[in-house]
Design a protein around this ligand. Structure first.
Ligand SMILES: Cc1cc2nc3c(=O)[nH]c(=O)nc-3n(C[C@H](O)[C@H](O)[C@H](O)COP(=O)(O)OP(=O)(O)OC[C@H]3O[C@@H](n4cnc5c(N)ncnc54)[C@H](O)[C@@H]3O)c2cc1C
Length: 418
C-alpha cells in the first residue's frame, strides 16, 4: 500500500516540482505567504544541478540591458513575459542577489552579468532562505503522476523508499526542459502533465551546434572567430555578428547557437556565413590591389585565423593549383573574386543540428495560450502554475534564459501564495 506524507503544519500546502532556479524562486516567494505551507520536490539529491554548470561554471545569470531590448533576445512569445519582467526584472534580480551578499559583475561588451561567487554559494544561500521560511525540501523524490481531485492535486512521489502520496491545494510546475537530461530535466514531467490534459507545443533543440558538410571549415576544430551568419526563409530570419567555435562536425559558440534557435524551425534554408564580418569587401580588395607581391594567404591571414585561411584557400587550389601562394598580382580578377566570396559570402551546407540532449535549452514547452501571463496560472486548471524552461519560451545566449526562469518563478510563487 502507498504511504501518505503527513502534513507538516495545519495549513493547506503548495507543492513546487523542480528545484532549479524557477522552482527555487517560486518556493521562496510562496513561502512568504501565511496561508500555505510549501514543499519543494526535487528528484536529485541536490538543488540547481543545471544552474551549477551554467556559463561554463561562472553562471551568466542575467543581462544588464534595457528591458525593451531584452525582449528582442526572446525567440518568439516575448509579449507573454511583460508581466513577469515588470514584477521581477534583471535589475530586481541583481538587487535581490546583492542584498543576499552574492556579487555579480557585468561584462562590458556584451552586458552579460556573471556571478562573482560560485553558483553553489547562490544555491546554498537560497536554500538557507527556504529553510528559514520552513519550506519542506524533499530531495531524491520524483513526481511521476498527478491527479486532480476536490482537495486540489494528489501527487505520487517516488523515492528509494517507494511511492508516497502528497495532497496539495496548489501545484507549481518548474521541471525544466529536455536538454542535459543528466541534470534531472528530461521532459518526464511533460508526459505527467499530458495525462491531466495539459498540452505542450513541438519540442526542438535550441541553442545548439550546427552540423555542416564543409571539410574546409571542420578540418580545423577548436578555432574561434567572429562571424556574420544570415538566412531568411518564410517568416524566419536571422542576421547577426558574433563568435563561433569550429568543431569536428560543424560550428558552435554563441552566434552559431543563437542561429540554431531559428534554424530549428525551417528546412532547406540557404545559410550564409561571413568569416571576416568586420572588414568590408572593398577594404580587402584595396589591400589586394595595394600588395600585388603578397599571396592570398598573407592577405586573408590578416583578417582570419591562418589555419582556417589555409584550408579555405585549399578549396580554391582544387581548380587553380598554386593560387594561394602565388603573388596576387599574377592571379586573375575572377579568381580573386571567388576567393573573397569564399570568405565573405560562404554558403554553409547545413546537415543538421545538435541533439536535444546536448542543446543548451529546449524550444517548445507548455503552451502559453492557456496560461495567464499575469499570474502564471493555468486558464484550465485552477491552482496549477507553470514557470521556467518548461514553458514554451526560449531565449538567445546572454543570461536571458535564467532571467526568464527567475522572473516567471517569482510570479508563480507570489500568485500561488495569494
Ligand atoms: C550547459 C548549460 C549552460 C547554460 N548556461 C546558461 C547561462 O549561462 N545563462 C542562462 O541564462 N542560461 C543558461 N543555461 C540555461 C539554463 O540553465 C536553464 O534555462 C535554466 O536552468 C532553467 O531553469 P528551470 O528552473 O526552469 O529548470 P532546471 O534548471 O532544468 O530545473 C528543473 C529541475 O526540476 C527537476 N525535475 C524534473 N522533473 C522532475 C520530476 N518529475 N520530479 C521532481 N523533480 C524534477 C530537475 O531535476 C531539475 O533540478 C544553460 C544550460 C545548460 C545546459
Amino acid at each position: 500500500m502507498e504511504e501518505k506524507y503527513q502534513d507538516f503544519d495545519d495549513r493547506e500546502a503548495i507543492a513546487v516540482i523542480g528545484g532549479g532556479p524557477a522552482g527555487i524562486l517560486a518556493a521562496i516567494e510562496a513561502s512568504k505567504s501565511d496561508n500555505y505551507s510549501v514543499y519543494l520536490i526535487e528528484r536529485n539529491d541536490e538543488l540547481g544541478k543545471k544552474l551549477k554548470i551554467t556559463g561554463g561554471g561562472r553562471c551568466n545569470i542575467t543581462n544588464f540591458i534595457q528591458i525593451d531590448e531584452f525582449y528582442s533576445n526572446v525567440v518568439g512569445n516575448d509579449k507573454f513575459l511583460i508581466p513577469s519582467f515588470s514584477k521581477f526584472s534583471n535589475v530586481d534580480l541583481m538587487n535581490f542577489l546583492s542584498k543576499l551578499g552574492i556579487g555579480t559583475e557585468i561584462e562590458e561588451k556584451t552586458n552579460k552579468v556573471y556571478l562573482k561567487d560560485t553558483p553553489q554559494k547562490l544555491i546554498d544561500t537560497l536554500t538557507g532562505i527556504m529553510l528559514k521560511n520552513k519550506v519542506n525540501i524533499l530531495f531524491s523524490h520524483t513526481c511521476n503522476q498527478v491527479e486532480i481531485n476536490e482537495e486540489g492535486f494528489l501527487l505520487k512521489l517516488e523515492s528509494s523508499k517507494g511511492i508516497k502520496d502528497l495532497t496539495v491545494k496548489k501545484l507549481i510546475c518548474a521541471t525544466g526542459g529536455y536538454s542535459y537530461p543528466k541534470t534531472g530535466s528530461d521532459g518526464l514531467f511533460m508526459k505527467v502533465l499530458e495525462d491531466i490534459g495539459i498540452k505542450h507545443t513541438k519540442i526542438l533543440p535550441a541553442l545548439t551546434s550546427i552540423k555542416i558538410d564543409d571539410p574546409y571549415i571542420t578540418r580545423v576544430p577548436g578555432i574561434s572567430l567572429d562571424t556574420r551568419i544570415w538566412f531568411k526563409k518564410n517568416r524566419v530570419k536571422y542576421d547577426e555578428i558574433g563568435p563561433i567555435v569550429v568543431t569536428h562536425t560543424g560550428i558552435s559558440g554563441p552566434n552559431a547557437m543563437d542561429a540554431s534557435s531559428f534554424l530549428n524551425k525551417i528546412d532547406d534554408a540557404t545559410v550564409r556565413i561571413d568569416l571576416i564580418p568586420t572588414v568590408p569587401r572593398e577594404t580587402i580588395e584595396k589591400d589586394i590591389n595595394d600588395n600585388k607581391k603578397k599571396s592570398l594567404i598573407d592577405i586573408f591571414s590578416k583578417y582570419c585565423p591562418q589555419r582556417l585561411v589555409a584550408n579555405i584557400l585549399d578549396e580554391l587550389e582544387n581548380d587553380n593549383t598554386g593560387v594561394s601562394k602565388s603573388n596576387v598580382g599574377e592571379i586573375s580578377r575572377k579568381t580573386i573574386d571567388i576567393a573573397i566570396k569564399k570568405f565573405k559570402e560562404r554558403e554553409l551546407n547545413v546537415v543538421g543540428l545538435g541533439s536535444i540532449e546536448n542543446s543548451i535549452v529546449t524550444s517548445g514547452g507548455i503552451g502559453l495560450k492557456r496560461i495567464d501571463p499575469k499570474t502564471m496560472e493555468s486558464k484550465d486548471v485552477k491552482g496549477l502554475y507553470f514557470c521556467g524552461e518548461l514553458l514554451d519560451i526560449d531565449c538567445l545566449t546572454g543570461g536571458f534564459n535564467l532571467q526568464v526562469a527567475f522572473s516567471t518563478g517569482f510570479l508563480a510563487g507570489v500568485n500561488a501564495g495569494n
